[in-house]
Design a protein around this ligand. Structure first.
Ligand code: PPE
Length: 289
């Protein structure tokens, strides 16, 4: 899956041609993983292109940076306007949006505070994340042998580039063993999340999702899912989920910007429910779209 180029990338306040959007190899981020990013989707609607919860995404980006004693060089409102302008300039009706802030070029060494924080925003077409049939049929996943980050090692609520080294280990292992995605357990052995998505479980009509103490990213799709589920009349509980629930839940699904709402049909080759998208998953999926 090669990236589909669009015309411009917004970099530190300027619209730069896609092929010219470059950074120096001695930028701090290249050596120490010091970046923070967002994944956002814009959808084509009858009223024109609409970006899904853009403000919340930009606010989360600012918080991700703050944990690392940094500050974005632009206000959230400026980033919102620049994103909209970029989508217009790139003439996109729907797209994936990737803002990334990073410690740039100035000094080297672990101590980062002498390096500037630069920021760019790119847009491109990103279709179905976990394969063509995933949204309807569900995906086959495994429990990873790699654990998620302990919150006292790398805080999972900061969407930091470095955290995704852990995600890469989880995803590579899963794919090379024939699964679509891997699930990371937290430091207590409870369910945390997939390498790039939050998880939900349905048991006897009640919906459960791991809480903030299980090394999860506080997903924006997760929060929309909780709101939608409650509006549909379901009870939703944020709670520690033991690994064994992965094998006994009636329904399981992933949520995230890239995956949207994707059912899980098996875990470690054990079928979830009937091995296809369950009724509650489907009703939430429908309401989400
Ligand atoms: N957990 C992780 C680890 C994660 O990366 C994401 C998003 C989520 C949960 C869901 O968060 P939200 O998008 O706010 O609902 N992962 C992004 C990056 C995926 C990638 O491969 O890159 C995404 O979905 O855009």
């Amino acid at each position: 899956m090669a990236l589909q180029k669009t015309k411009y990338i917004w970099m530190n306040g300027e619209f730069v041609e896609w092929d010219s959007a470059k950074i120096h190899v001695l930028s701090h981020v290249v050596h120490y993983g010091s970046s923070w990013f967002e994944g956002i989707r814009a959808y084509k609607t009858p009223k024109g292109t609409a970006v899904f919860r853009l403000k919340e995404h930009m606010q989360r980006l600012a918080k991700s940076v703050k944990i690392y004693r940094g500050q974005l060089p632009y206000e959230v409102s400026e980033l919102i306007e620049s994103t909209k302008e970029l989508i217009r300039k790139n003439e996109l009706e729907s797209c994936y949006i990737r803002p990334v802030a990073y410690r740039g070029y100035e000094d080297l060494g672990v101590y980062p505070l002498n390096c500037p924080i630069d920021i760019s925003i790119a847009t491109w077409h990103w279709g179905v994340y976990l394969g063509k049939e995933a949204l309807e049929q569900g995906v086959d996943v495994c429990v990873s042998s790699w654990q998620r980050l302990h919150n006292n090692s790398l805080p999972s609520i900061s969407k930091a580039g470095g955290n995704y080294l852990n995600s890469q280990l989880i995803r590579m292992e899963a794919i090379q063993n024939g699964y679509t995605e891997g699930i990371g357990l937290d430091h207590n052995g409870n369910v945390s999340e997939g390498s790039g998505e939050n998880m939900f479980f349905v048991i006897d009509g009640v919906i459960y999702t791991p809480g903030m103490d299980s090394s999860i990213l506080e997903g924006i799709t997760r929060s929309s899912t909780i709101t939608i589920a409650k509006q549909l009349g379901y009870e939703v509980k944020e709670i520690s989920i033991p690994r064994s629930i992965l094998y006994t839940a009636d329904e399981i699904f992933f949520t995230g910007t890239a995956v949207e709402i994707t059912p899980v049909r098996s875990v470690d080759r054990i079928k979830v429910g009937d091995g296809k998208a369950g009724p509650i998953t489907k009703s939430i999926q429908k309401a989400f779209y």
